[in-house]
Write a protein that binds this ligand. Structure first.
Ligand SMILES: Nc1ncnc2c1ncn2[C@@H]1O[C@H](COP(=O)(O)OP(=O)(O)OP(=O)(O)O)[C@@H](O)[C@H]1O
Ligand SMILES: [Mg+2]
Length: 302
């Protein structure tokens, strides 16, 4: 489904008051492992319809934050709400009901190596809809595989028979199995060559626009940030220190942010994004304006 024409970013859907609906709300999140404090008072909001990128150094707690949001990590303190429902201290049945509304691509794709691509995609269908017939399950899996940009022939293959990029697409197909409203992606383009990564970026953008998804995307990939993220959240010093468009983040006087975005890779990504924007220029008149992103500065840290 990735086409040659670059997809045009559309802004998050707005509520009648003009304020986009909050789909994920994290407040005062704290996590630690033994003596190691990973998060302390972390706050984050994700709006319906947006692609929010999360960046931060390796080991800064991005994946742990994701695990806390989806209920795989019980935090020491804090509140996590998804779709307006708390994720903490819930009955398993209640959590299942919320879980079926999202899809997750874990860091490294995390496919089951002994299952084929189709069988991997069917795992959530079997879990959440055990009474679904085999034929319908196969049809849904085949549809999701093609939707993820894989050839239909990939369905009977095992993960070891796929390239890294194909494995990521298979992971996306599995994440889409239950028609989610929300997609969590942890380092989706890591390990892909630049062309494969750019195609994957376009796939995410197209899926968001076609399916009306909201995407929380953890990434180190500067090109991805420039190409598809509406806003970017920076995690450092155990919390989210700033959220905004890249232009807004660049105005902040914070060492990590400046080094990350102004370093040689950051500048190359910025130039590539400017070049792509100038090629897309005829589309710009039809694209709706982006909503003003808010930069949240924390107590003199930024
Ligand atoms: N289950 C665990 N037990 C103990 N420590 C953990 C556990 N999970 C994560 N950590 C620690 O928490 C810190 C944050 O880990 P996390 O995986 O969230 O980093 P990250 O920001 O995702 O890094 P990367 O960019 O390399 O993926 C690390 O120091 C890690 O060692
Ligand atoms: Mg990680």
């Amino acid at each position: 489904m990735s086409s040659a024409a670059p997809a045009v970013k559309t802004p998050p859907r707005e509520t009648r008051t003009g304020e986009a609906e909050t789909l994920i709300s994290v407040r005062g999140l704290s996590n630690s492992f033994g003596d190691q404090v990973v998060h302390e008072g972390l706050d984050l909001e994700v709006k319906r319809g947006e692609i929010l990128g999360v960046v931060g150094g390796s080991g800064s707690g991005k994946s742990v934050m994701l695990r806390s949001i989806i209920g795989l990590q019980v935090p020491d303190a804090g509140e996590v709400e998804v779709f307006g429902e708390t994720m903490l201290d819930r009955e398993e049945g209640d959590l299942q009901r919320v879980r079926r509304r999202w899809g997750v691509l874990f860091q490294g794709a995390a496919l089951f190596s002994t299952l084929t691509v189709a069988e991997n995609v069917e795992v959530p269908l079997r879990e959440f809809y055990p009474r679904l017939g085999a034929k319908l399950r196969d049809e849904i899996a085949a549809y999701k595989i093609v939707m993820s940009g894989l050839p239909a022939e990939a369905a009977p293959k095992y993960p070891a028979e796929l390239s890294g990029g194909m494995r990521k697409r298979a992971g996306i197909a599995r994440a889409l199995a239950l028609d989610p409203e929300l997609l969590f992606l942890d380092e989706p383009t890591a390990g892909l060559d630049p062309i494969g990564a750019a195609a994957f970026d376009q796939l995410i953008l197209e899926l968001r626009d076609r399916l009306g998804l909201t995407v929380l995307l953890i990434t180190h990939d500067l090109d991805t940030l420039y190409a598809i993220c509406d806003r970017v959240a920076v995690i450092a010093d155990k919390k989210i220190i700033a959220v905004g468009s890249i232009e807004e983040l660049l105005e902040l006087d914070h060492e990590w942010i400046q080094e990350y975005f102004r370093g040689p890779r950051g500048r190359a990504a910025e130039e590539a994004a400017e070049e792509a924007a100038s090629e897309e220029a005829p589309h710009e008149e039809t694209a709706a304006p982006q909503p003003a992103a808010k930069v949240e500065e924390s107590k003199g840290k930024v």
